[in-house]
Design a protein around this ligand. Structure first.
Ligand SMILES: [Zn+2]
Ligand SMILES: [Zn+2]
Length: 190
């Protein structure tokens, strides 16, 4: 394992959040927003075992969507280490991240929480994502944050492959689509 379990899990969650309204333009889902309503957000949080306060109202949903845009902007500048550090520091500060060790039924391994369970959802999510990003940067692994190489896809990826060789996202079957497109182009040319 490259990172601690909770760092990797949180970065996967961040990646999926950013991709929740992205993907290949020609994909089956189009630009559908999988966390566009409270039920979608519930499903997303359940997948990652997120616990703590839930308001289940429009304000909470809007805050999560704002966080999604913010994390997306961090991914977009990931090739620029200085800019990424600036944005991660700002997110740590804005979410008042304050780490403490905990474990609970949903996640029995010791791991960090970065906010009180009584803090608003987007604040807690933002703090944990900022800390996971800080971990990535400290480990010199920022290059694992990528944008899908398919020309018609704006999804992001968190590349956990050993040699950091992934270039396509997991959302739109982009690797296969590009392979087929390249094959067709070769057939045409030949
Ligand atoms: Zn926890
Ligand atoms: Zn893609």
């Amino acid at each position: 394992m490259i990172f601690t379990y909770d760092t990797e899990l949180t970065l996967r969650a961040a990646c999926m959040l950013v991709n929740s309204n992205r993907g290949a333009s020609g994909g089956v889902d189009g630009a559908a927003d999988t966390v566009g309503d409270v039920a979608g957000l519930d499903a997303y949080l359940a997948e990652f075992g997120w616990t703590g306060r839930r308001d289940r109202d429009a304000a909470e949903l809007a805050d999560v969507h704002r966080l999604r845009e913010r994390i997306g902007r961090i991914w977009a500048v990931a090739e620029d280490e200085e800019r990424t550090v600036g944005q991660v520091n700002a997110l740590l500060s804005d979410t008042k991240a304050s780490p403490w060790l905990t474990r609970h039924a949903e996640m029995p391994e010791w791991h960090l929480h970065l906010a009180s369970i009584h803090d608003p959802l987007a604040q807690r999510m933002g703090a944990e994502m900022a800390m996971a990003l800080a971990d990535l940067i400290r480990g010199g692994e920022l290059r694992r944050l990528k944008t899908c190489a398919a020309p018609d896809c704006d999804a992001v990826l968190f590349d956990v492959s050993r040699n950091r060789s992934k270039i396509f996202c997991d959302t739109g079957n982009c690797g296969n689509r590009q392979h087929v497109a390249a094959y067709r182009a070769r057939s045409r040319d030949g």
